[in-house]
Design a protein around this ligand. Structure first.
Ligand code: F0G
Length: 367
């Protein structure tokens, strides 16, 4: 039997690590690529969900964090710092525990989900709530990391992108080739940058290209013959890349992507343009509708920000932009348990019954 060894061991030859790198891991990665029945039916495509909420701390951030914390440890850091809308801090806090490091966290006050705050607290990080938004937090964290002996583990740290690119490798390994379209929510824009890097590194020239004197494909270990179009979706109240200018006061119920000035802005645009893709916006209403559909029709419970990818797919399909017969992967980035308020809100209160089978049967509509 083979137990998944964590993404650094699984993809060691494609990551900037050496025998001297201390591997700090919670055996992240190796997440499910789940066929989405209803979404496939609605679009006439083969749609899959890359379920990143199955990572150890419940989001894709663990992929970047195993690399960032391992490299920080290799370089002798004793403390790390991050700005976060919640998931990065939860992940940094957990991996810092594994590494025996201090973890400092800056979050926008009142704008992170309770589950994520609980994670940062229970893992013993030093949390400051900043009277500002995520962009302010990132400015502060950058400044502190320049002035004090503390390593910045936001996705501006290249090690984060290296770890996160492995999700693209896993998808190609699972499908045998890259999908035609890959769809992601976009916040600080690190993840779309990382997936694009991963797909590019795993691609080899198509057989047609090799006929014209390119490297012969059989000597190359990489496996995909093409690269997907990258589709990114921002929340409409926090859509700086779509508008073409920073959003000073970003607003969305999807707090994870409530970001007005993404650090990897230009890389996200490069991923979009080089892949022939797009970056568009979805409304909070579309996000919540996709969130409920994923839970009630696909059996996959994600946090609201994660549903932006699926909301984008459904929007594009309605606009006639999705040709049938394609292979499409939507990354769902974080676990629904992180922010359960939206699952409970608006749902009817469960009915209370006595300890009585007849009463229970009647209330359940069985009798
Ligand atoms: N989905 C979730 C659940 C996230 O937590 C994030 C980012 C994104 C999508 C967007 O990814 O920033 O790489 O474009 N969360 C960061 C955080 C900002 O602090 O946890 P991105």
């Amino acid at each position: 039997t083979h137990q998944w060894r964590g993404l650094i061991e699984e993809y060691r030859d494609r990551l900037p690590v050496t025998a001297a790198t201390p591997v700090v891991t919670l055996l992240e990665g190796g997440t499910p690529l789940v066929p989405a029945q209803l979404l496939s039916e609605r679009t006439g495509c083969d749609v899959y969900l890359k379920v990143e909420g199955a990572n150890p701390t419940g989001s894709f951030k663990d992929r970047g964090m195993t690399m960032a914390i391992s490299k920080a440890k290799e370089e002798g850091a004793q403390a790390v710092i991050c700005a976060s809308t919640g998931n990065t801090s939860a992940s940094a806090a957990a991996y810092a525990v594994r590494a025996g490091m201090v973890c400092a966290v800056l979050v926008p006050q009142g704008k992170i989900a309770l589950g994520k705050m609980g994670q940062a607290l229970v893992h013993g990080s030093r949390i400051l709530q900043v009277d500002g938004n995520f962009d302010d937090c990132l400015d502060l964290a950058r400044g502190l990391s320049e002035k004090y002996p503390v390593a910045l583990v936001n996705s501006v740290n290249p090690a984060r992108i290296e770890g996160q690119k492995t999700a693209a490798f896993e998808i190609v390994d699972a499908l045998g080739d890259a999908p035609d379209i890959h769809i992601l929510p976009v916040g600080n824009a690190g993840n779309i940058t990382a997936y694009w890097k991963g797909y590019c590194e795993y691609a080899r020239p198509s057989p047609a290209a090799t006929l014209n004197g390119g490297a012969s494909s059989h000597i190359l270990p990489a496996i995909s013959t093409h690269r997907p179009r990258m589709w990114g979706f921002q929340a409409s109240g926090a859509a700086p890349i779509v508008r073409g200018e920073p959003v000073r006061n970003p607003q969305t119920i999807a707090t994870a992507i409530r970001i007005g000035n993404p650090a990897s802005w230009s890389f996200a645009e490069a991923a979009r343009d080089e892949s022939g893709g797009l970056i568009e916006a979805v409304t909070d209403r579309q996000i919540l509708s996709a969130y409920r559909l994923l839970a009630s029709r696909e059996g996959v419970f994600v946090e609201p920000a994660s549903a932006a990818s699926v909301a984008g797919l459904l929007k594009a399909a309605e606009e006639g932009k999705v040709d049938p017969g394609q292979r499409i992967v939507c990354t769902v980035t974080g676990n629904g348990l992180k922010d359960p308020d939206w699952a409970v809100a608006g749902a009817p209160q469960p009915i209370t019954v006595p300890v009585d089978a007849d009463a229970a049967a009647e209330r359940l509509g069985l009798a």
